[in-house]
Ligand binder design. Sequence first.
Ligand code: SAH
Length: 506
Amino acid sequence: MNDFGQPQVFLVGAGPGDPGLLTLRGHELLSQADVILYDNLVAPELLQFAGEAAEKIYVGKRAGRHQYSQEEINALLIEHGKKGVIVVRLKGGDPCIFGRGGEEALALKQAQIPFEIVPGITAGIAACSYAGIPITHRNMASDVAFITGHEDITRIDDSQIDWKALAAWRGTIVFYMAVTKIEAICQRLMDYGMDKKTPAAIISWATTPKQMTCSASLDDLSQVVKDNNIRPPAIIVIGKVAALRDDLSWFESRPLLGKTVVVTRARRQASELTKQLKYLGAHVLETPTIKIAPPDNLEKIQQAFEKLMDYDWIVFTSTNGVEAFFKYLFLYQLDGRDLVKNKIAAVGTTTSQALLNYGISADLVPETFTSAAIVEALRQSDDIQGLRYLLPRTNIAPKELPDALKEHGGRVDDVVFYQTQPDFQHQSLLEKYLDQDRIDWIVFTSSSTVKNFTDQISLKNYSSNKYQIASIGPQTTTTLSKAEINNVVEAQEHTIHGLIKTILSY
Ligand code: SAH
């Protein structure tokens, strides 16, 4: 325990599968954790939010490996909790819905270790939403029951579940852990009088690119599950609302659902491509990921601060730039009062918001990111000729903006306040996917992305017919063939849009 009795152990809900469904609190704790104990239904991507030094302990079930008993997990939590480090117990969905979070919390309580429980989106709710089944509805379902299928269904006499009440339930019933017992469950509900034509659905691997939903009436559901070979993890929904799926299904109609696409980064481009592919349902692996590092030396920053008063404008083009600027401003024992002489521009509202956090309201906020638009906005505000500009930026910032300012007669100090570097920490994830033949597309948007990729991975080691390579245009294709990567599908229109069109039509 630390000095004030604050919690050291955090039981964190990881959400149902889609890494985007983790809570902000969960994300914050993961990034601070010293030790993470995680289960098998936790999305592997979430571990990327952990710091490099965090110890990650897998305590879930896996065939052929030692499986931790609940007592052993409790003991591990207590052992690490006592060290005074930050321990995150990351559990699929919500920690306390069929997740034994209650038992773990009790064990911690007994050991006098303070804890916090961070809720997660439970699979039952997420599966319904992602299948297009509103779990409640004013005219169809005024109540919801979450039921475990884990019970031994043959032991009806000492069942913890009131089957009679359940069969008479008028709202929505959501079963967890019930795939293997689906036939018996449906039969029992019908035996107790539930209408055999009650709409039902089963959703496996909900919220992930592998999501699959089958709808059927109660009496047909188990046959449909067999016919479609549906495997756990899956959620079974029974109730009138299940019928709304015919109209409301949205996730499974995305054209790239189930496809895994590797996007190789080059500056901002990758995130736009990633965003679009995700909207189309693809599971996107960005590689390499990016990390922010300090500049190699602080000389230029120091020089800029020495003549800070002389700059007519300071132009911030990113939140990272704002953060780094103030970090060094304070380091050199200056503060906001030293900026009274400068006018300040922030490109985009997130950048201007970051400035506001330091008590600075930008004089100018161009909304468009192109250098032409920024220069035009600056020009409308002032004649650029002869004015001095400070640009606190990253090492890989494109030169268009300073060049354009200079063209208009501006005097520009383009100073590296932070570096953007490839982070190869997650290379192993990509290798794992390649090993398991789980990649459908590898996408290259420029020659430099080819280099970034081949620096990490030698595709020759992964002979597979499964994945396709997509290239944005002839130059990139040539670079690929020089790297002995062939069989490339090239976009007809050499833009991100064209690239996506090509993938979709393939
Ligand atoms: N604490 C978890 C549930 C753990 S029990 C939660 O709140 O979601 C494990 C069961 O959860 C599985 O057998 C399955 O019924 C359900 N489940 C978990 N993830 C799922 C997913 N992505 N899709 C469908 N069902 C899932």
